[in-house]
Write a protein that binds this ligand. Structure first.
Ligand SMILES: O=C(O)CCC(=O)C(=O)O
Ligand SMILES: [Fe+2]
Length: 191
């Protein structure tokens, strides 16, 4: 059950998802999710103030860190051991070598936290996200005439997604304020 909105129905195809977007339910097991969430809870999160800050989103990155003040990429602490197997699996999902994903961002969405409309920074290439704990809508929009073309997908816990192609470069994405704690682990390649 992928819970993708706008699947074909009796009236023909509904609004389709952006080109280059891929979704994989159940990339990790419930046991792996529990162990990851426990390890993630111990990370040194800091409040984040960008991308339309909503509520209490907190982040920590490893490998590289995007400095929004200086608008450049910096070295960051090495990826913790517990994220290495996940990096391998995410790389496999996207058809990449693990070494092609030198950066990871871990985000904590407390209840009421979300992320506003944005495209990820252009220094990054592919964007690969894993969702833990609570599900959330993942919204897409793209300018069309005077308005917006829109699409949405539900990110279930333990699922992974890939932003590549138009879904990465042409469409913006956002997540409305969550109702329950959600973690995401976002690996990115460099351009
Ligand atoms: O939490 C997510 O899955 C998405 C986060 C995101 O869009 C970002 O950090 O750029
Ligand atoms: Fe993003």
């Amino acid at each position: 059950m992928t819970a993708i909105h706008g699947q074909p129905d009796l009236f023909g195809p509904g609004p389709s998802l952006p080109e280059g977007f891929r979704y994989q339910a159940g990339l990790i097991t419930a046991d792996e999710e529990r162990d990851l969430a426990t390890a993630i809870a111990g990370l040194p999160f800091a409040a984040f103030q960008f991308h339309g800050y909503v509520g209490k989103r907190r982040t920590v990155s490893f490998g590289r860190h995007y400095d929004f003040g200086q608008e450049r990429l910096r070295e960051a602490a090495p990826m913790p051991e517990f994220l290495q197997p996940l990096r391998e699996r995410m790389a496999g999902f996207a058809g990449l070598a693990p070494s092609a994903l030198p950066h990871v961002l871990v985000t904590e969405y407390a209840p009421g936290a979300g992320i506003g409309w944005h495209r990820d920074k252009a220094v990054f290439g592919d964007v690969l996200g894993l969702s833990l704990l609570a599900p959330c809508p993942f919204r897409f929009r793209r300018a069309q005439g005077a308005g917006w073309k829109r699409a949405s997908v539900t990110l279930e816990p333990r699922s992974a997604y890939l932003l590549r192609g138009a879904s990465r470069t042409e469409w913006e994405h956002s997540i409305p304020a969550v109702e329950a704690l959600r973690y995401s682990v976002t690996f990115r390649s460099l351009r």
